[in-house]
Write a protein that binds this ligand. Structure first.
Ligand code: ACM
Ligand code: ZN
Length: 658
């Protein structure tokens, strides 16, 4: 009887759900609900069955279908019709249907009657996965491609090469995968903090891996079936320690381990790059080839005779121009082969290489500069919004991450035209991308948790019209999609358990120093001013990351020293400051904390002093330093110092006086 009841209830539940207005991710351009529903008993896998039932119509009408990805979907009791000018549109119509349909346990499918007209806002909707810091097997990539297709993401950028391992078979340079793909530790962190040694793949215990050309062909084909382009990234001229470990003649010194940069002064370097890219282009059909270009340390070039000769011969002025010259050479080579160069925003520092497309990660400035030339396209991927290696919830509830705080809502709030609206050719803004760097992400389950559901927010920024966005409706739909992904054996972040920002940061605090003047005896750093002289008495406390604009940073000198003027002699019960530690960014708790008071601002009495041991814990940490007691004063002087051993930054958010 009980089992019968459950079956009946489950059946009714699906029936009720089927008639609910399902919120699709990404939200379509226009949705018109109609009366009734499509209902049928299905046989076999629902997706396969559905594909056979749908009437597919091809229309050449470019007004109704502005992009190959546009589609119109009509569901009625009589049937289902998807219309598009291209099979991409038909494919996306089916993805929308997959979110609309409900299948009961007894095998009855129901889809509410609806008319949807849909088209993407941006042509490029990307995810980047760093497979160098940790290698993920082919099956993992294929699984993520399935989820990407469901949310209409159309580009997977693979960061295939970096210091931590070269991940692609290149026939001409076998040492790249015989040695440079293998290291002494499975986890990146102890390897990076240790000797950073590579091993021959046959060495017992060697850790790593790479994609054979056959593996990669399979990934590319699987992606193409889902209308996803795979963009390969081959890093240059920086982040190339692994190449120089096995081909040290390509560095300035000819020695491995000294620098991570190729020598752009040597012709052999360009020959190597062209040979590698030739094999890469044979394998990957994508129009864009990503050449990295970020974070090249140019100090070895300053001392290298070959690099200096190159600068001289080409009338360049400095090493940044040398980088742009090098990138331009690579860009011309790609263009001769019918491809386009894509690179991180550093590639424009010495002048924008002809024809290059810029992927903007250090904020939006690089992308905006490229767009404002009127000659270059850009993809926005600003770290503050689009980096999935940051914490997505309270750090103490999450596995160790690189730092930062990028919850679902933060990504969702990103507007690609926020800083460059109306000033640029809108078609040159190709779109957006979220990046999962994997220094701290070794397990596949962890990578999935970092990707989903946050990549759904990226999909909605990339696909949906800004005026159709709503975080509360999106979040509800994301909760449903998290359950769907779990049912499909993914391990997404449990959005329903999300705690959100640091409780102290959620509302403004009132206290006796609120709005009072602060005199700095040691200056705060301009880049972390958090609002300037009033930051520490504005009532706003910081969240889970020192970079959220609420925390004020001190670096030079490595101490904090300030006086608050309470305007009149005031009764005091407590003086408290919070400090944050975030080791990845060399932000540490203070080693010493002192409170002094004065009635006249000249002679001070020490109220409180404490020394602390500052220890690395790997996690983001907080400490409240507080004096409690009874006192009277007009001026309160606070000082705090970095530890001698660790140095680094000090950050605090508010001086709370009661
Ligand atoms: C980057 O995050 N270095 C592109
Ligand atoms: Zn050199």
């Amino acid at each position: 009887m009980r089992i019968l009841m459950i079956i009946v209830l489950v059946g009714q539940f699906s029936w009720v759900c089927a008639r609910e207005r399902v919120r699709i991710i990404p939200v379509p351009a226009s949705v018109e609900w109609r009366k009734g529903e499509y209902k049928a008993a299905i046989h076999g896998a629902p997706e396969v069955w559905l594909r056979e039932q749908v009437e597919v119509v091809v229309s050449p009408d470019r007004m109704r279908f502005p992009s190959d990805e546009s589609y119109r979907l009509e569901v009625s009791p009589a049937g289902i019709r998807v219309e598009a000018r291209h099979e991409k549109g038909h494919f996306y119509g089916l993805q929308t249907l997959a979110q609309l349909m409900k299948v009961s346990r007894s095998g009855v499918m129901r889809i509410p009657s609806v008319r949807i007209a849909d088209s993407p806002r941006f042509a490029y909707r990307g995810l980047m996965l760093d497979v160098s810091r940790h290698f993920y097997p082919k099956a993992f990539i294929l699984k993520q491609l399935d989820a990407m297709a469901r949310y209409k993401l159309n580009t997977l950028h693979l960061h295939l090469t970096d210091a931590a391992g070269w991940r692609l078979q290149i026939d001409r340079y076998p040492l790249l995968t015989e040695v440079a793909a293998w290291r002494t530790h499975r986890e990146w962190k102890p390897w990076w903090n240790g000797d950073r040694n590579y091993l021959h793949r046959d060495t017992p215990g060697a850790q790593g891996g790479f994609y054979s050309k056959d593996d990669m062909r399979e990934i590319i084909r699987y992606a193409a079936e889902r209308h996803i382009t795979i963009i390969p990234e081959i890093e240059m001229p920086g982040h190339s320690e692994e190449v120089l470990a096995v081909y040290p003649e390509l560095s300035c010194t000819g020695m491995p381990y000294h620098h991570g940069e190729f020598c752009p002064g040597k012709d052999t370097t360009l020959a190597f790059i062209k040979n590698v890219l030739t094999e890469v282009m044979d394998l990957f059909p994508s129009r864009f080839i990503h050449i990295g270009g970020d974070e090249a340390n140019k100090s070895s070039w300053e001392k290298c005779a070959d690099c200096q000769a190159r600068i001289h011969d080409h009338g360049l002025h400095n090493e940044k121009e040398l980088q742009s010259w090098f990138v331009s050479q690579v860009g011309s080579f790609l263009r001769q082969n019918g491809r386009r160069l894509l690179g991180w925003d550093e590639i424009i520092e010495g002048g924008i290489p002809a024809g290059a497309t810029v992927m903007s990660w250090r904020g939006e400035g690089g992308g905006a500069a490229a767009l404002l030339t009127g000659q270059h396209a850009a993809i926005m991927s600003p770290g503050e919004y689009c980096y999935l290696d940051a914490y997505q919830d309270a750090p103490h509830t999450q596995p160790e991450a690189i730092g930062g705080f990028t919850p679902l809502e933060k990504i969702y709030s990103y507007e690609p035209f926020g800083t460059v609206a109306h000033r640029v050719d809108r078609d040159s803004m190709l779109g957006v991308q979220a990046n999962l760097w994997t220094e701290y992400v070794s397990a596949e389950a962890h990578a999935e948790t970092m990707l989903w559901p946050r990549a759904m927010a990226l999909s909605e920024i990339g696909w949906s019209k800004a005026e159709n966005k709503s975080y509360s409706l999106f979040r509800k739909a994301a909760l449903r999609e998290v359950d769907y992904l779990k049912a499909m054996a993914y391990r997404p972040f449990e959005l329903k358990n999300e705690l959100g920002n640091r409780p102290a940061a959620k509302s403004r605090v009132s206290h006796k120093a609120l709005g009072k003047r602060v005199a700095y005896l040691a200056p705060y750093a301009k880049v972390y001013a958090a609002g300037g002289d009033s930051a520490l008495t504005d009532g706003w406390r910081g969240g889970w990351t020192y970079g959220d604009g609420r925390w004020q940073g001190f670096i030079s000198p490595r101490r904090l020293e300030l006086v608050i003027d309470l305007d009149q002699v005031t009764r005091l019960k407590s003086v408290a400051l919070d400090f944050i530690q975030s080791e990845g960014a060399e932000v540490y708790l203070p080693a010493g904390f002192t409170v002094e008071i004065s009635e006249d601002g000249e002679s001070y009495t020490r109220l409180y002093h404490q020394q602390f041991e500052v220890v690395k814990t790997g996690a983001v940490a907080f400490r409240t330093c507080e004096w409690k007691g009874r006192a009277r004063a007009r001026f309160v002087k606070i000082s705090a110092q970095s530890s001698k051993e660790l140095g680094g930054w000090i950050f605090t958010d508010e001086v709370i006086v009661e």
